[in-house]
Design a binder for this molecule. Sequence first.
Ligand SMILES: Cc1cc2nc3c(=O)[nH]c(=O)nc-3n(C[C@H](O)[C@H](O)[C@H](O)COP(=O)(O)OP(=O)(O)OC[C@H]3O[C@@H](n4cnc5c(N)ncnc54)[C@H](O)[C@@H]3O)c2cc1C
Length: 417
Amino acid sequence: MAIDFTLSPELEELRIRIRAFVSDVIAPVEAEIEGHGDHEPLGGRDRINKLIELRKQAHAAGIWLPHMPEEWGGMGLGHVELAMVQAEAAKSRYGPWVFNCQAPDEGNMHTLLHWATDEQKEKYLKPLCEGRTWSCFAMTEPEVAGSDPTLIQTHAYEDGDEWVINGHKWFISNARRADFAILVCRTEDDPDIPQAANSAFIIDLPQEGWNDVREVETMHGGTGHSEIVITDLRVHKDQMLGGRGQGHLLGQYRLGPARLAHCMRWIAQAETALDMMVDRSLNRFSHGSLLAEKQGIQWMIADSTMELYQSKLMVLHAASKIDAAATDDSVDFKAEVSMAKHFVANMLNRVIDRAIQVHGALGYSTDTPLAHMYQHARWARFADGADEVHQMRIAQRTINAYTDDGSTRRATGDLPI
Ligand SMILES: Cc1cc2nc3c(=O)[nH]c(=O)nc-3n(C[C@H](O)[C@H](O)[C@H](O)COP(=O)(O)OP(=O)(O)OC[C@H]3O[C@@H](n4cnc5c(N)ncnc54)[C@H](O)[C@@H]3O)c2cc1C
């Protein structure tokens, strides 16, 4: 039974190189952009230019597209190796973007690699990999539950060689900057099963009929999640991505690795919060001793440590299953990704919350990154599958395992214990 958590010397060298790049190259620019210390925050073109310069440096340093195969200019890493890269990259909120492995482009790259025709790959995937374009993924609608894509109302009908699309989307991350969208809409009025009603299209942006009406203000500000009204938007039939009725399948395919990549980045954020929690507890004195010596604080540190450890194991196991599935069709990773996504999202919220508690008023202020991290972490519990939907599926699999095998063992990671 092979369980070995050590990295090969080459990967260890890569990890050290990424860590150094994040702390020595990205972190100072992040501080400049965010206005830490004596700096005024940078906005607009100045901010973009700084980030683009970082991208060029990352590309030159060979830390680029860790999730893509080498023939697409990537580092050709598996998902276990990627976990290490993402967990280092996300120590800075700009890290994944600088290495071109950020949502939603990263998930869109996986999707195009798997579903696009050769022509579509050349036109859309290539420039995305080269960092020359940006993309978005448009599925959620305000009128119906995003948790259930069979309810999607945005509708396309055929007109000669074209499809004509009408509908309404929102929370489309990156839409305002994107050069193209992957749009999921209803094309089949009478499908055999509800999951076969939707198809996906690649939409060049900007385009007549695609109206970006506002950036939705959120609890972490107005940071690029658009509401889109789609009116008589015409696309050539060659712009369909995947086959008719495969939009649901495509969305599910995309979400597996994309969900786990979120978990990898959340682990980095939680680790930062735990480091800060411990650091503060070693430097704050109250009622005769350091916070680190108080049992109430130690419980928070201990709980966070155990939960972070559990998260790392779950992510590594789910990642190893995704890697195994690449060469063995019988391997299914959905259950492990689902459990990891639920657990890590909640762990992240709890650990940041405890770190804020230990920092007191300082944690509530925006003088540390914790407040920002807390605002960002909240969406993790419902986007890319709400907690309750994951719990519903996890429970179904556990009940099925017991009904089939007389044991729930298969549902708990199918591990040899
Ligand atoms: C920051 C951010 C970025 C996003 N980016 C994108 C993007 O780029 N593209 C895109 O298409 N979408 C995006 N989304 C939307 C996101 O995918 C949806 O919010 C998510 O799918 C949930 O859909 P909903 O908001 O309609 O909630 P709903 O589906 O209405 O669910 C609301 C709540 O109802 C409960 N619930 C739902 N179903 C069940 C059930 N079966 N059993 C029990 N409880 C249930 C859960 O508590 C859930 O949280 C983004 C959202 C955020 C916040």
